[in-house]
Design a protein around this ligand. Structure first.
Ligand code: MGP
Length: 233
């Protein structure tokens, strides 16, 4: 099937823009079913969560979220890396995927089809803050919010400690304040060098925040900050 406009499936390294070619070598750790015709956008090559990490995050959320939570919402679904992993679990009554970029959303739907989970996901195109406030407003008490926001591009690596107050286009506070109007149970996927004090400062009074590094081949790729009622021991 030919990719929709703006979506790409590179079948050979030589087809790929030079500045993202390093990711071509990682294609099967990004999506193990890459060769079945996975679609990507250019930004997705560096922003997507690699499948083994997406699966372990999905497992951690499954195992630690309160049983009263039956809905999982991915606020920045991109080309589907995380939401596909979430939808593979039987734990959730419904999975919602929100994505503002129609091209990325088309890729995500197509990729979810390849993994056989497209129908387990409700798809929303648009701004996640608006959609949470309007269409999904009723679901807050039953939901966990997962967000893997843009970090302002691969340039985040040049800072020894990443300042979450300067993250673009949304700072840590820009994300957490509106999300907390919806639910307290929030998982954020953030740079591995994120300033831990800034993450701690955002903890609600008297509550514990868990920050977990997710690694591949012995090196951290990113952290998840778990705000709210997650039962990590
Ligand atoms: P990376 O920054 O390309 O580092 O991605 P990597 O592969 O460790 O390269 P090295 O040269 O430093 O060894 C690390 C992980 O960060 C990726 O797998 C993505 O999951 C995630 N990631 C990177 N960026 C730029 C973003 C982003 O903007 N948003 C989100 N949500 N994740 C990102």
């Amino acid at each position: 099937m030919a990719p929709s406009e703006g979506c790409q499936h590179y079948a050979d390294l030589s087809e790929m823009p030079w500045d993202i070619q390093k990711y071509y070598h990682q294609r099967f750790s990004i999506f193990s079913k890459y060769d079945e015709g996975i679609w990507m956008t250019e930004d997705a090559w560096f922003g997507v969560t690699p499948e083994p990490i997406a699966c372990i995050i999905a497992k951690h959320i499954d195992g630690t979220a309160s049983v009263s939570k039956t809905i999982l919402i991915d606020c920045f679904a991109g080309v589907g890396g995380n939401v596909i992993a979430f939808a593979q679990s039987e734990r959730w009554k419904r999975i919602y995927a929100i994505e503002k970029d129609p091209t990325a959303l088309a890729c995500a739907k197509h990729n979810a089809e390849i993994y056989g989970v497209r129908d387990k996901i409700s798809w929303y195109e648009g701004d996640c803050f608006k959609i949470l406030r309007k269409e999904l407003a009723e679901l807050g008490q039953h939901s966990i919010l997962f967000a893997s926001p843009p970090w302002g591009g691969p340039g985040y690596r040049s800072d020894t400690v990443f300042d979450l107050a300067k993250m673009q286009p949304y700072t840590l506070t820009d994300l957490l304040s509106p999300f907390r109007h919806f639910t307290e149970d929030i998982v954020l996927y953030l740079p591995r060098t994120s300033d831990i004090r800034q993450l701690a400062n955002e903890s609600s009074e008297g509550s514990k925040t868990t920050v977990m590094h997710y690694c591949m081949e012995g090196a951290s790729k990113a952290v998840c900050a778990y705000y709210g009622a997650f039962a990590f021991h």
